[in-house]
Design a protein around this ligand. Structure first.
Ligand code: SDX
Length: 431
C-alpha cells in the first residue's frame, strides 16, 4: 500500500482543513495552500516571504544552516575551483554540465551576440556623464525590447532561447559601455578572440591610444566573481524577474525590472555600500565604534556585507571570495591594503561578538567582492553593474523555467487589509 500522501491539518474558527503537502528533492517539505482561500476563505500572512515557497524550481538550492549552495546539484566551491562562468551558464540554463562539443557551440553562440545594435549608442549618449551605471543599465536593457523584436515572443521557445543568449552575451558590453561613458572614454567594442571575462575587462580598460593586454590573473578572478554571483534561488531580484515575466512581459523588460531591484543597498547594492562603509571606518581602531552602532537598535546603521535571509552560517561564496581577495591583492602587490585589513579585522571581531553570533550574522557575498573589484581598478559605482551582468544568467534561467512551468500563472499576492471600512463620500462643505 503506497504511503498516503502527507497532509497538514489546519484548525481555525471551529473548522479544520486538510491541506496536501509536497516533498522536495532536498530541503523542507511544503504545505500546498493553493486551495486555502477557495476552501477556507482565509489568507496566509508572510511579508517578505520568510516562510513561503513562491514556485517550484530545479535550478539552485541553498542550505542556509550548512552554508551550502548547489547549482543543479553541484556545490559552488567545486564549480568556483574547477569550472568557468560560461560553463556555469550552460549548467544553469540547460540543467547538465556540457560535453566539450556542447560547450564550444554555446561559447561560440554567446560570443557572436556580444555586440549591441549600433543605434543603441544614442541611448548611452542621452544620459548625463555622472549618471550611475545602474541607471544606464536599467534604461538600456529595458530598451532592448525596442531593438530585438525577433526574440520577444515568449510563446516561441526558440525566441526565448535567443533572448537568453542575447542577454548573457550583451550585458558585459552594456556594463562596460556604461563605465566608459561615465569616465568620458570612447566605447571599446567586443573582441571575439577573447573569452567572456577577458572581453569584459578589455572593454572596460582598453583605450584606442595604445595596446591593452588583459592580465590572465585578473581575468580568472573576474570569471570567478561572475560564477559566484550567477544565481541564488528566489532572491529579491530573481523574484522580481519572475513576477514581471508572469504577466507575459518580454524578457528584456523582465530583466530590466530585476536590475532595478538588485540596485537596492539591502540586495546587490550592498557591495558598493560595503566598500564605502569600510572606507568610512578607515582604520582598524575605529571598528568598535561601528560594531556598537550596528548593535544599537536606535541607529539604522547596519554592517553592509553582513547577514543574509537564508544563510545562518557562512555564505559559501564569501569564503571563496575571501580567498580570491588574498590572491588578487597579493598578485597586484597591494596586500597591505588598509581596506582589506579593516575587512578582515571587522569580520574577526564580529564573528566573536555575541550580538552577531546570536543573530547568526556572517559575511555574505558582498563583503569581500568590492575589495577585489576596487583593486582591479573599478570604481564603487561599477560593483552592482558587475553583480547584475553576472546574475543575468540566473534571472534568465529562472524566467525560462517559469515560462515553461505548466503550473505558472500571473503572480498576484493578496493582503492583510487594515485600512478604513466602507464609508460614503463627504461633500467638501461638510468636511
Ligand atoms: C544579497 O537573498 C539573496 O540570496 C540575496 C543575495 C543574492 O545572491 O541574491 O545573497 C545577495 O543581497 C546579499 C545581502 C546583501 N545585503 C547586505 O549586506 C546589507 C546588510 N544586510 C542586511 O540588510 C540584512 O542582513 C539582509 C537584508 C541581508 C537580510 O535581512 P533579513 O533577512 O530581513 O533579516 P532581518 O533584517 O530581519 O535581520 C534579522 C536581525 C535584525 O535584528 P532584530 O530586528 O531581530 O533585532 O539581524 C539584524 C537585524 O537588525 N541584522 C543586522 C544586519 N543584518 C541583519 N544587524 C546589523 N548589521 C547587519 N548587516
Amino acid at each position: 500500500m503506497a504511503d498516503k500522501p502527507a497532509t497538514a491539518t489546519l484548525s481555525f474558527g471551529g473548522r479544520s482543513l486538510e491541506l496536501p503537502m509536497q516533498s522536495p528533492s532536498v530541503g523542507p517539505d511544503v504545505i500546498d495552500i493553493r486551495k486555502l482561500y477557495a476552501e477556507g476563505d482565509i489568507f496566509t500572512y508572510d511579508p517578505g516571504y520568510t516562510s513561503t515557497a513562491s514556485c517550484m524550481s530545479t535550478i539552485t538550492y541553498i542550505d542556509g544552516d550548512r552554508g551550502e549552495l548547489l547549482h543543479r546539484g553541484y556545490p559552488i566551491d567545486q564549480l568556483a575551483q574547477k569550472s568557468h562562468f560560461l560553463e556555469v551558464c550552460y549548467l544553469l540554463l540547460y540543467g547538465e554540465l556540457p560535453t566539450a562539443g556542447q560547450l564550444e557551440d554555446f561559447e561560440t553562440r554567446v560570443t557572436r551576440h556580444t555586440m549591441l545594435h549600433e543605434q543603441m549608442l544614442y541611448f548611452f549618449r542621452g544620459f548625463r556623464r555622472d549618471a550611475h551605471p545602474m541607471a544606464i543599465m536599467v534604461g538600456v536593457v529595458g530598451a532592448m525590447s525596442a531593438f530585438y523584436h525577433d526574440s520577444t515572443d515568449i510563446a516561441d521557445p526558440w525566441q526565448r532561447e535567443v533572448a537568453a543568449i542575447r542577454m548573457i552575451a550583451k550585458m558585459p558590453t552594456i556594463a562596460a559601455w556604461a563605465y566608459k561613458y561615465s569616465i568620458g572614454q570612447p566605447f571599446v567594442y567586443p573582441k571575439n578572440s577573447l573569452d567572456y571575462a577577458a572581453n569584459f575587462l578589455n572593454m572596460c580598460f582598453a583605450v584606442p591610444a595604445e595596446d591593452y593586454v588583459v592580465d590572465p590573473i585578473l581575468s580568472k578572478a573576474m570569471d570567478r566573481i561572475m560564477m559566484l554571483h550567477a544565481d541564488h534561488e528566489q532572491n529579491a531580484s530573481t523574484s522580481t524577474v519572475r513576477l514581471a515575466g508572469s504577466s507575459g512581459a518580454n524578457p528584456f523588460a523582465s530583466i530590466a525590472a530585476g536590475i532595478a531591484c538588485l540596485w537596492g543597498p539591502a540586495h546587490g547594492g550592498a557591495n558598493q555600500a560595503c566598500l564605502e562603509m569600510l572606507r568610512e571606518i578607515g582604520t582598524v581602531d575605529r571598528i568598535p565604534e561601528y560594531i556598537a552602532r550596528a548593535k544599537d537598535k536606535d541607529d539604522p546603521f547596519r554592517l553592509m556585507g553582513f547577514g543574509h535571509r537564508v544563510y545562518k552560517n557562512f555564505d559559501p561564496r564569501a569564503k571563496v571570495m575571501k580567498e580570491s581577495a588574498d590572491e588578487v591583492l597579493a598578485l597586484l602587490g597591494v596586500e597591505d591594503n588598509e581596506t582589506l585589513k579593516v575587512a578582515k579585522e571587522l569580520e574577526r571581531i564580529a564573528l566573536e561578538d555575541d550580538f552577531f553570533v546570536e543573530k547568526k550574522l556572517y559575511p555574505n557575498v558582498d563583503f569581500y567582492s568590492g575589495i577585489i573589484l576596487n583593486a582591479m581598478g573599478f570604481p564603487t559605482s561599477m560593483f552592482t553593474p558587475i553583480f547584475a551582468l553576472s546574475r543575468t544568467v540566473g534571472w534568465i534561467s529562472q524566467w525560462k523555467e517559469m515560462i515553461a512551468d505548466p503550473q505558472q500563472k500571473i503572480g498576484r499576492p493578496r493582503q492583510l487589509y487594515t485600512g478604513a471600512g466602507r464609508r460614503d463620500y463627504i461633500e467638501v462643505e461638510d468636511r
